[in-house]
Design a protein around this ligand. Structure first.
Ligand code: FPP
Length: 229
């Protein structure tokens, strides 16, 4: 969800003003995704690297996150949205962690879209945690190292049990992955847009999805093979 800071600076306002406007886009995109039947939506809200931002911006973002969760709980339950967190939850401030755990628990039995919030998330550190866990299980004889597979790794990531993403959207004009779902995105279609996150609303989201539907996904096969089915 890139471009909040620049969106605010372009309006000669503090960066947090951009993040606040970004929350409105979050609401609209979550609602749209759920409406059109998307199974899993992941929002990269805070990376492990974002802890290095000025303390005021970090605490402002944590406050926005907490109030978003508190204000959206009823809507989530009504729309059957199940909240999950990807990332190192124990690094979050205690009050934010508590609201997050409560919202996850309160939406646990929802059957509609899964909403993943990537918080204190980094793709590489996620893989390190998975490898450590696999190593422990091998050492304790729970797993046989010769039987380790791609599925073993997928099963030990924060996204265990979820499908890999089909479409990865990056707003704000940057053309990189920035440590986001590195393992899971190997075959994701990438969509880059100049639009700053606060201006990325329902119409822009539907355009991204329409573009996705025009892509031919070959998964290593030839175009002719794909057309044969
Ligand atoms: C990146 O833009 C955005 C973030 C680091 C924070 C995103 C967080 C929110 C929109 C609010 C809280 C989250 C939820 C789910 C309610 P940037 O600051 O890097 O923008 P820039 O590239 O223009 O500087």
């Amino acid at each position: 969800m890139d471009g909040n800071g620049r969106w605010a600076e372009e309006r000669r306002r503090p960066r947090l003003f951009g993040h606040k406007a970004g929350v409105e886009s979050v609401r609209e995109i979550v609602e749209t995704a759920s409406e059109i039947g998307i199974g899993v939506l992941t929002l990269y809200a805070f990376s492990t690297e974002n802890w290095n931002r000025p303390a005021g911006e970090v605490s402002g973002l944590m406050g926005l996150l907490k109030s978003y969760l508190q204000s959206e709980l009823r809507t989530m339950v009504r729309n059957g949205i199940r909240l999950q967190c990807l990332g190192e939850q124990d690094r979050l401030p205690e009050d934010v962690g508590a609201v997050l755990r409560q919202t996850i628990a309160d939406t646990r039995s929802c059957q509609g879209m899964v909403l993943n919030l990537a918080l204190s998330y980094g793709g590489r550190s996620e893989m390190v945690l998975a490898v450590r866990e696999l190593a422990r299980k091998c050492r304790e004889g729970i797993l046989d190292w010769r039987a380790l597979s791609e599925a073993s790794i997928s099963d030990h990531l924060f996204t265990a049990g979820q499908p890999d993403p089909d479409l990865l959207i990056r707003t704000g004009g940057e053309h990189r992955l920035s440590n986001f779902l590195l393992w899971q995105s190997s075959y994701a279609e990438l969509y880059f847009t100049e639009t700053r996150w606060p201006d990325f609303r329902k119409q822009q989201f539907l355009e991204a999805i329409a573009t996705f539907h025009l892509r031919q996904r070959r998964f290593g096969r030839t175009g002719a093979q794909v057309q044969e089915g």
